[in-house]
Ligand binder design. Structure first.
Ligand SMILES: [Fe+2]
Length: 327
C-alpha cells in the first residue's frame, strides 16, 4: 500500500498539471507572482510543496496568488422566495444590509484541482470530461473554501449558504487551517430525522451522509476547508438498488431552519419552531473510525485525491455507503 507515497517526479508533474489548470480557469494570474520573501504564510497540506495561505494575502501556489470568488452576505441570503434561506433574526440582517453592510463571508476556489478520473491512476492532462463519460459520475472534483472570521448582526458566525446534497453525492471535507463547525441533517433510511454537529480543526476529515443537508460556521477564522465530491453510481455501491430507492425520497429543496448563534464565548443552536420540533437540536456526530482505513494517518485528503489509486477511491465510496447505511 505505497500508492500515495508519490515520487518527487510524480508530485512535480501533478503540480504542473494543476498550475496549467488554474491558469486556464484564471484562478491564478502570472502577473501576480510575488517573491518568496513576501509570502510569510502558513504551509497548507495540498499534496505537494509550495502551497501556503496567509490571512493578508490569501492562497498561494508556487508564488502564484490564487484569485477566489468572494461570497457576500447578500449572495447567500438571496432575493425573493426562490432564494429562500433560513436565518434567525432576519430583521437584524436586513436592517444592517439597508445600511450598506454586506461582508464577504467566504472565498471560494472552485475546481482548485482538475477533475480526477475515477479509473485513472492520478490526474491526467486532458483536464477531465473529454472522453464522453458523464462527468459527474466519472470524476471526482475538488474545491477549497476560506471562511473569514466574523459574526453577523444576528449573532451567527460567518457561514456557508447551507444546502442539500444529491442522493448519490459523496462529499468529504478536510479542515486545513482555523476551525469550523459543521451541522448535518436529513432523514435516515427509515424516514427518521437526524441532526448532527461536528467541530473541526486542522487535519479533521468529515464525510457527509448521502443526500444530507449541511451548513458550515467559522469558529476560528480564517478557516481553510478543502473538499472533494463525486456522484456515486448505484452499481459501484455494495448494496445496489438502495440509491434508486432513496432518489424517490429526495424531495425537500428548502433548507433546514436550524442555525447557530454566538452567545459571549459559547454557542447555541436555534431554529424555527417546526424545525426544532422535527429535528430537535443537533447531537455530536459519532466518530467515523471507518475513515482511518481509507485516508491514512499523515495523509491529507488532497493526497488521497491526487495520488490514491483508483481502487482505493472506489473502496472509499463503498465504505461510505456501508457506514451511512443506518443514517
Ligand atoms: Fe454539499
Amino acid at each position: 500500500m505505497r500508492d500515495t507515497i508519490a515520487s518527487d517526479h510524480h508530485r512535480a508533474v501533478t503540480k504542473s498539471l494543476i498550475l496549467a489548470h488554474l491558469h486556464r480557469l484564471h484562478t491564478i494570474d502570472s502577473c501576480e507572482q510575488v517573491s518568496p520573501g513576501d509570502i510569510s504564510g502558513q504551509y497548507i497540506p495540498m499534496g505537494f510543496d509550495g502551497v501556503s495561505f496567509s490571512r493578508e494575502h490569501g492562497l498561494f501556489i508556487d508564488q502564484h496568488r490564487c484569485t477566489p470568488t468572494p461570497r457576500r452576505l447578500s449572495g447567500i441570503m438571496g432575493e425573493g422566495s426562490d432564494a429562500y434561506r433560513y436565518f434567525p433574526d432576519t430583521d437584524l440582517l436586513l436592517a444592517a444590509r439597508r445600511g450598506g453592510y454586506d461582508p464577504v463571508l467566504y472565498d471560494a476556489y472552485r475546481d482548485i484541482f482538475p477533475p480526477r478520473h475515477k479509473r485513472s491512476a492520478g490526474l491526467t492532462a486532458d483536464g477531465g470530461g473529454s472522453d464522453g463519460e458523464e462527468p459527474a459520475r466519472g470524476y471526482w472534483y475538488a474545491d477549497l473554501v476560506v471562511y473569514h472570521p466574523g459574526t453577523l448582526p444576528n449573532g451567527e458566525p460567518f457561514r456557508s449558504t447551507g444546502h442539500w446534497n444529491l442522493p448519490g453525492q459523496l462529499e468529504a471535507f478536510e479542515t486545513l487551517a482555523g476551525r469550523v463547525l459543521m451541522i448535518m441533517g436529513g432523514y435516515a433510511e427509515g424516514g427518521e430525522p437526524y441532526l448532527l454537529y461536528q467541530a473541526c480543526q486542522p487535519g479533521h476529515i468529515v464525510v457527509m451522509p448521502f443526500r444530507g443537508w449541511h451548513l458550515t460556521y467559522v469558529l476560528d477564522g480564517p478557516a481553510v476547508v478543502f473538499n472533494v465530491s463525486t456522484e456515486s453510481a448505484a452499481e459501484s455501491c455494495s448494496n445496489p438498488g438502495r440509491q434508486a430507492s432513496l432518489a424517490g425520497k429526495y424531495r425537500r429543496a428548502e433548507p433546514l431552519a436550524i442555525a447557530m448563534q454566538k452567545l459571549g464565548e459559547s454557542y447555541r443552536f436555534v431554529g424555527a419552531d417546526d424545525a426544532l420540533q422535527e429535528w430537535g437540536r443537533p447531537d455530536p456526530a459519532p466518530r467515523a473510525h471507518w475513515l482511518n482505513e481509507h485516508v491514512r494517518a499523515g495523509e491529507s485528503l488532497a493526497d488521497f485525491y491526487l495520488y490514491g489509486s483508483a481502487e482505493r477511491l472506489a473502496l472509499f465510496i463503498d465504505a461510505a455507503w456501508t457506514a451511512y447505511r443506518t443514517i
